[in-house]
Design a protein around this ligand. Structure first.
Ligand code: ITT
Length: 186
């Protein structure tokens, strides 16, 4: 079965290709802009986005709304992650964290999947911390400043290892459970 991954971010597509091919799902990248409503709730962004995409007549797809939530910044950049990444970038986040001892943070990923006329929405989380400096060249976005094991950033580990522990990997595992329950994958 083929699923479209509707995103402007090729890094997400690469991660989905790795993790969902095991289920026999073929992923196809589709750039189709949709409104990301401004709300503090990733699931709401996903559900509204899915309504809009379905209204355009597109079916059998995945959308993904993700963010980095930093404890000491009271959850910032969170739902404003894309804007923060484009404006202040990783350097700006590190600057905000200068002299801050509590470096705890988490990535969250909400996946919306329309498949066979049905809708599945799941959220995966990955706890970790913000590093003192940027490291690594793998991945995308905030990967160079986030570590899950306190040793290497997400930009210093291969995509398979990131998928094993990441917010997106955890969300994919929840999605896979649902798809299996529905008998849509083996
Ligand atoms: P689409 O909305 O088109 O899918 P996007 O990159 O804007 O692409 P999000 O709004 O979900 O995606 O992501 C918000 C920001 O968080 C964005 O700057 C991403 O690069 C970043 N981000 C999301 N997932 C990430 C991950 O696994 N590792 C590092 N940064 C991530």
């Amino acid at each position: 079965m083929k699923l479209k991954v509707i995103t402007s971010n090729p890094g997400k597509v690469a991660e989905y290709r790795r993790s969902l091919s095991d289920l026999g799902l073929e992923m196809e990248h589709l750039r189709l802009p949709y409104d990301e409503v401004q709300t503090s709730d990733l699931e709401e962004v996903v559900n509204k986005g899915m309504d809009e995409i379905i209204a355009k007549g597109v079916r059998d797809f995945i959308v993904d709304d993700s963010g980095l939530f930093v404890d000491a910044l009271k959850g910032f950049p969170g739902v404003w992650s894309a804007y923060a990444q484009k404006t202040i970038g990783n350097g700006g986040i590190l600057k905000l964290m200068e002299g801050v001892e509590d470096r705890g943070a988490e990535f969250r990923c909400c996946i919306g999947c329309d498949i066979d006329g049905r809708r599945i929405v799941v959220t995966g989380v990955c706890r970790g911390s913000i590093t003192l400096s940027e490291a690594g060249s793998e991945g995308f976005g905030f990967d160079p400043i986030f570590t899950h094991d306190g040793r290497r950033t997400f930009a210093e580990i291969p995509i398979e290892e990131k998928n094993d522990v990441s917010h997106r990997g955890n969300a994919v595992r929840l999605l896979a459970e649902q798809l299996k329950k529905m008998g849509l994958v083996g």
